[in-house]
Write a protein of this length. Structure first.
Length: 522
């Protein structure tokens, strides 16, 4: 062989070997094209942008609630802050597993059904078992139950497009609605019957002036729990179809109603914090009705039999994510509880900072939704090239988004904090929290995007186990730093918490483990 060809062969071999053993390069893949709106960029943008707007709409509505209630007084503001923290964290225990599992399962089901339909349309008939065997090969092999379920579903007569009808039948959609309705009713009963003990656990003492308004707000807002769970389940279905515009329109309509009704109930009817809760409940039922109306036009939600509901798939992966969400919930709830134990002033400041922190960080969750839907479809098709490209692109966009939010919040909050309260003591603590809220935005963005990537790859087990470890470390930091440094200590601990979440995502992909083992041979 020619010496020049030998050197070229050796160079090519070494480069390919380096790529095969350097999965970390995925984070820099096509970095120069990060702003390019090619086919992948447009697909991400069309999913992420409406999803981000929908995700931030509810926190923005909560910010409006906070702004209105802040005009009543710091005690009411702190009371509502505790109640919102309780409701959101308890809701998240049910919502997060439900929405995440629904999105991934619907996306996989939709992708595999489309593959089967495309094969039939092209006339590629390789035998009665060809579609089933192909589906078994396409689904990750670390979940046999999921493999069997998905491989059989697309060949089943009740799945996908029903001949002669326009509506789809997607088993995960039906399962999500049933589970969402049941969980919503249970949540309402638990929060209404246990409002006072839960608030006491959160640091609101029996003789605290916060107890009465907090109990009123939490009890009334809990009446909207069934609507919240059902609407989020339906959002998961639409996300699986890569349709994030429908949830956006419904959410905007509901939250606009909330904003309009807030001052009417609070100040015209003199209902105070109860008026804010009633307005929020009405808005949630409006969102649920709009989504249900749209869903019934596209999906046949009544399954032919109970067996088609696939409850076992939901329960298996749902319990994994439940453990994860409990860990996340405990960290954030403990932080709010620590702030409440320092008094109404620190709690009011913490509530405002936390709402801003979460509202802006959820913009990155739009990228997470896009990553999850695209990756779930790509993994179902065994399209590793697209999975890699999509993961790297959403991560790069996450970094850029985080840096932009960091600058905007660092400058804007210096002036915008007075929109939420006029209390001088609360404002002083808010200004202390601003650097933490602003500087953690890139960290938060990457942490949320990694969540979507893991869910899209159906890496639910790692997501659960890693989060439990992160929570253990973060809880210890919260207890120690809150006692020693007060309000600042709480935010230092939350920064550590989000940094560990981000690192867990880097570790999984960077070491090419789990569903990412194919990166070693790319």
């Amino acid at each position: 062989m020619d010496p020049l060809n030998d050197r070229l062969f050796d160079s090519t071999f070494l480069m390919s070997e380096e790529r095969a053993t350097s999965p970390l390069l995925i984070f820099f893949k096509d970095a120069r094209q990060v702003f390019k709106l090619d086919e992948l960029g447009l697909e991400i943008a069309l999913i992420a942008f409406p999803a981000a707007l929908a995700l931030t709409a509810d926190p923005i509505a909560s910010l409006v609630d906070t702004a209105f209630i802040g005009q009543i007084g710091p005690v009411e503001l702190a009371a509502v802050g505790v109640s919102i923290a309780v409701f959101n964290q308890v809701s998240r225990i049910a919502i997060f597993p439900l929405v995440s599992v629904t999105t991934s399962f619907v996306a996989e089901e939709d992708a595999t059904c489309k593959m089967a339909n495309e094969e039939l349309e092209c006339g590629e008939h390789e035998g009665p078992l060809s579609v089933n065997s192909e589906m078994k090969e396409l689904i990750p092999q670390n979940d046999p139950e999921r493999t069997v379920s998905n491989s059989s579903s697309c060949s089943d007569k009740s799945t996908c497009i029903i001949p002669g009808r326009e509506r789809k039948h997607i088993p995960p959609a039906s399962s999500a609605l049933v589970i969402g309705g049941i969980l919503g009713l249970l949540q309402a009963l638990i929060l209404i019957s246990g409002a006072i003990p839960i608030l006491n656990f959160m640091g609101v003492k029996p003789d605290s002036p916060m107890l009465t308004p907090a109990c009123q707000y939490l009890t009334l807002r809990s009446l909207g729990a069934p609507a919240v769970l059902l609407s989020l389940a339906m959002q998961g279905v639409f996300r699986g179809f890569k349709d994030t515009k429908t949830p956006l329109y419904a959410t905007v309509a509901g939250d606009a109603t909330n904003i309009i009704l807030d001052p009417i109930f609070m100040f015209v009817f003199h209902l105070g914090v109860s008026g804010a809760a009633i307005a929020h409940v009405i808005s949630q039922y409006l969102i649920a009705l709009i989504l249900l109306w749209r869903l019934l036009r596209e999906v046949d939600v009544l399954p032919p039999s109970i067996k088609d509901l696939q409850f076992s798939r939901f329960l298996k992966n749902g319990f994994l994510l439940l453990a994860r969400v409990i860990a996340v919930t405990f960290c954030v709830t403990l932080a709010a509880s620590m702030a409440a134990r320092h008094g109404s002033i620190p709690m009011a400041a913490f509530q405002i900072c936390l709402q801003i922190w979460l509202a802006t960080s959820l913009l990155a969750d739009g990228l997470a939704v896009a990553g999850q839907a695209i990756l779930a479809s790509a993994f179902a098709r065994r399209d590793h090239s697209k999975a890699t490209a999509a993961a790297s692109r959403v991560l790069q966009w996450g970094v850029i988004l985080g840096l932009v939010l960091c600058v905007i919040l660092g400058i804007g909050l210096q002036y915008a904090s007075r929109l939420f309260t006029k209390d001088a003591d609360v404002l002083q603590l808010i200004h202390i929290g601003i650097p933490f809220v602003a500087l953690t935005q890139p960290i938060n963005a990457l942490a949320f995007v990694f969540d979507g990537i893991n869910f899209g790859a159906s890496d639910f087990a790692y997501s659960a186990y890693s989060m439990v470890l992160v929570a253990i470390v973060s809880i210890l930091c919260l207890v120690v730093l809150s006692s020693s440094h007060g309000f600042i200590g709480i935010w230092i601990a939350l920064t550590i918490y989000m940094s560990l979440r981000m690192f867990a995502g880097f570790w999984r992909i960077g070491t090419a483990r789990g569903p990412w083992t194919f990166l070693r041979s790319v």
